[in-house]
Design a protein around this ligand. Structure first.
Ligand code: SIN
Ligand code: FE2
Length: 223
């Protein structure tokens, strides 16, 4: 019997508690990746990837788009969520239900039951693209988690502390990995080091990252 018979099988999923409120699953979405990524071409036809401007006037190296009722945008006026795509004023495409369900499941297993994402930021990193250390704080409720899916080329994720100068852990994020950070970890500084050149069978010469957020404030529970 040849081991090649098993080469199509996904690697075993491994769960790591990185810090209170932060969980990483290695390989969690490997088996589903092709199905999840099949949603992308239609989404990106409606809302193309683009290099947004920072408030300081720089062009981001990461190409971005969004789906969901809100999308994260940046331009000279600042960082914010918008219900419409600034490129043409239309609504962002709906969040695919398979993406939403995978994000809700991961959030629940990380201890965040009831996570209801209304925004998904789509990040595409070509080799050399990076994301400087930052905190995600444009959302209304800064306890609710961020759920992040990584596909394609690997990345070195810098996971810092609550203060900008805190020493950052260096975490390898690979194809199919899922990272959730919320509650006490929600305002940790984080970033992505420049992506190294490479080829991935599903994404080609890039890394794709999806981050699911609950951007708007939650409706009060009924009586
Ligand atoms: C982000 O912080 O918005 C993206 C993180 C990542 O690309 O893994
Ligand atoms: Fe972020």
């Amino acid at each position: 019997m040849s081991l090649d018979l098993f080469s199509h099988l996904a690697n075993p999923v491994e769960r790591l508690e990185l810090a209170p409120g932060a969980v990483l699953w290695r390989h969690r979405l490997e088996a589903e990746a092709a199905t999840l990524l099949a949603e992308l071409p239609t989404l990106l036809t409606q809302a193309p990837l683009r290099h947004m401007q920072t408030p300081g006037g720089f062009s981001m190296s990461v190409a971005m788009s969004n789906c969901g009722t809100l999308g994260w945008v940046t331009d000279r006026k600042g960082y914010r969520y918008s219900p419409t795509d600034p490129l043409d004023g239309s609504a962002w495409p709906p969040m695919p239900s398979s993406w939403r369900q995978a994000a809700v499941d991961a959030a629940r297993e990380a201890g965040f039951a009831g996570f209801a994402p209304d925004a998904c930021l789509i990040n595409r990193y070509a080799p050399g693209a990076k994301m400087a250390l930052h905190q995600d704080k444009d959302e209304a409720d800064l306890n609710l988690p961020i759920v992040s899916f990584s596909f394609g080329l690997p990345a070195c994720f810098l996971f810092g502390g609550l203060a900008r100068g805190d020493k950052a852990q260096r975490i390898l994020l690979e194809h199919g990995d899922v990272l959730v950070w919320g509650g006490p970890a929600r305002l940790r500084w984080h970033g992505i080091q420049p992506i190294q050149p490479g080829q991935h069978p599903l994404t080609g010469a890039c890394r794709l990252n999806l981050t699911f957020r609950c951007a708007a404030s939650r409706p009060e529970p009924g009586p």
